[in-house]
Design a protein around this ligand. Structure first.
Ligand code: HEC
Ligand code: HEC
Ligand code: HEC
Ligand code: HEC
Ligand code: HEC
Length: 388
């Protein structure tokens, strides 16, 4: 087995999830991967209507384009991905692209660039560079699919006289299962009972699901195409409640998952650390007093097999506690350290770099991803607590 995060991707390439049946469902096989080529668009369509480029959708859907551009879905054809694709054969590369750049036209564009020796150059990658783009979620055989109409709530086939022959509206777009094809791995690939990505299963067991809140409610509020997650400090803050308690015995940091609709964090790649340090009279950290509580699902590859070391993630509603004894100075500083890409930073990229010729395009891309992964960390809830 290849050492690297890619290994999970390969194994789940053909996961297909059936969408629940009801009125106006999406066609069977809507998410069958790999997606089929679109074929030929009706000859009466303008060039913009035929185009699968997000920029062209954006000529008429400017708000969606602007929002999507700020999301990680727009950045899914990333240096960390492409740096790995360059070492894979066509089939393996396609299995990754099923989730990172899912259109058949994107796979063809990347393969063409690679055949010219330019697979690593963004402006040579054509449509592939758009990553998880409009067409992957909305377009099949050149027909546009979308959610029920915003104002009327109506589903079904819209007016064929509208641009791009109108739109086929289905409430399946509004359900959490819509995201499952890429955000939920099958149970038969479980490690210690849980697949590496288990987000939809975690969500189903959550109070959020019971209250009718879907992935879209939290990640696409007002249907906005934002998809903020663990890389966004405000999003992470919105899901948590931090409390600081000072009594005569100790200082306490309590962290509760109050607004996350799945485990915090849901993936194996981030690492979150509750940290505390004693301060001296001048307000400087006292060496040797730092205490940490790690919140993470820690997995490793040992002899080609995934193993789980520990899982201290917070389920919805769960609380983690970090206590600090009072130092002589009577003051303690607490904070939460969020490292969204810890696993890539410390396990995957270093391993990949060790196996690549130093000056190759792949090594340059992985080095770029490695540097970015390190920069993505941030702190929340930094607070000074004094003895009462
Ligand atoms: C089933 C869908 C799926 C498949 C298949 C898949 N990935 Fe991913 N990948 C994801 C998701 C979802 C994330 C985001 C995880 C997160 O939130 O950090 C991700 C994140 C990544 C990242 C870190 C973010 C970035 O873009 O730098 C890399 C690198 C990556 N994948 C590489 C690969 C490679 C290489 C393959 C194929 C061997 C692959 N992936 C296959 C879904 C997939
Ligand atoms: C020339 C302008 C134009 C272009 C280009 C265009 N659209 Fe549209 N789109 C429209 C109009 C107008 C509607 C409303 C149709 C209706 O109400 O029947 C629409 C409706 C939609 C809807 C349904 C939204 C709703 O109102 O419920 C989706 C989804 C959609 N388009 C996606 C796309 C995607 C994806 C692309 C690019 C691949 C694209 N469109 C390109 C004009 C355009
Ligand atoms: C990862 C999948 C995904 C991608 C990528 C995506 N969309 Fe969507 N889009 C959705 C979902 C899901 C909804 C419905 C959200 C809801 O009902 O809360 C939606 C809704 C829409 C709507 C209807 C909005 C409304 O107010 O009724 C339009 C128009 C649209 N998308 C256009 C686009 C365009 C243009 C792009 C690219 C710039 C794009 N989408 C990229 C999944 C996606
Ligand atoms: C009640 C709100 C809520 C719901 C429902 C929800 N999420 Fe989240 N999600 C969050 C918050 C807050 C974060 C940021 C904290 C974190 O990373 O867990 C987040 C983070 C994420 C991340 C970042 C990666 C990570 O390791 O945490 C992904 C991916 C994600 N959600 C996908 C989903 C999917 C898919 C669904 C539906 C099955 C969903 N979310 C449902 C609130 C929600
Ligand atoms: C075609 C596959 C695909 C679909 C469908 C999809 N995603 Fe994603 N999503 C990805 C990939 C791949 C990434 C990681 C992009 C990267 O960083 O390389 C991602 C990233 C995210 C993130 C950011 C995670 C972070 O680390 O901060 C969130 C949140 C998210 N997706 C939510 C959703 C929700 C909600 C839906 C359903 C409406 C959805 N996605 C549908 C493939 C998909």
């Amino acid at each position: 087995m290849r050492y690297g995060i890619g290994a999970w991707g390969l194994a789940v390439a053909v996961a297909v999830f059936a969408l629940a049946s009801h009125a106006d469902p999406l066609p069977a096989g809507y998410w069958h991967q790999p997606l089929a080529p679109q074929g030929t668009a009706p000859s009466s369509w303008s060039e913009q209507e035929r185009s699968l480029k997000p920029e062209d959708c954006g000529l008429c859907h400017a708000d969606k384009l602007a929002e999507w551009r700020t999301s990680l879905h727009a950045k899914a054809f990333s240096p960390g991905l492409v740096g790995q694709l360059l070492s894979l054969d066509v089939e393996e590369a396609r299995s990754c692209m099923n989730c990172h750049a899912p259109l058949a036209e994107q796979m063809a564009a990347f393969e063409a660039a690679r055949a010219r020796g330019k697979g690593h150059v963004p402006w040579e990658q054509g449509l592939a560079a758009a990553g998880n783009s409009c067409g992957g979620c909305h377009v099949r055989e050149h027909r546009r699919f979308g959610p029920s109409q915003r104002d009327s709530g109506q589903a079904g086939v819209g007016s064929p006289d509208a641009p791009h022959g109108g739109v086929i509206r289905s409430t399946d777009f509004e359900k959490s299962d819509f995201c499952a094809v890429c955000h939920q791995f099958p149970q038969d690939q479980a490690i210690n009972g849980k697949p590496l990505e288990n987000t939809v299963v975690e969500w189903r067991a959550s109070p959020a699901a019971a209250e009718g809140k879907t992935c879209q409610s939290c990640h696409m509020p007002g249907r906005r195409h934002l998809w903020r997650g663990i890389h966004d400090p405000d999003m992470v803050r919105s899901g948590l409640t931090a409390e600081f308690i000072a009594d005569s015995r100790r200082a306490r940091f309590r962290l509760t998952s109050t607004g996350v609709g799945h485990a915090f964090p849901t993936y194996v790649t981030p690492k979150v650390v509750m940290a505390g340090v004693a301060l001296d009279a001048a307000g400087r950290p006292v060496a040797g007093t730092m205490r940490r509580h790690v919140i993470q699902r820690r997995v490793e590859v040992v002899n080609g097999e995934w193993v789980e070391r520990f899982d201290t993630r917070l389920s919805p509603g769960e609380t983690a506690v970090l206590d600090m004894p009072w130092p002589a100075g009577g003051r303690v500083r607490f904070w939460l350290e969020v490292h969204p890409d810890d696993f890539y930073d410390h396990d995957v990229y270093d391993g990949l770099l060790a196996g690549l010729p130093g000056k190759s395009p792949a090594a340059r891309l992985i080095a770029e991803a490695d540097a970015q992964a390190g920069r993505n960390r941030f702190r929340l809830f930094e607070t000074l607590v004094s003895r009462p």
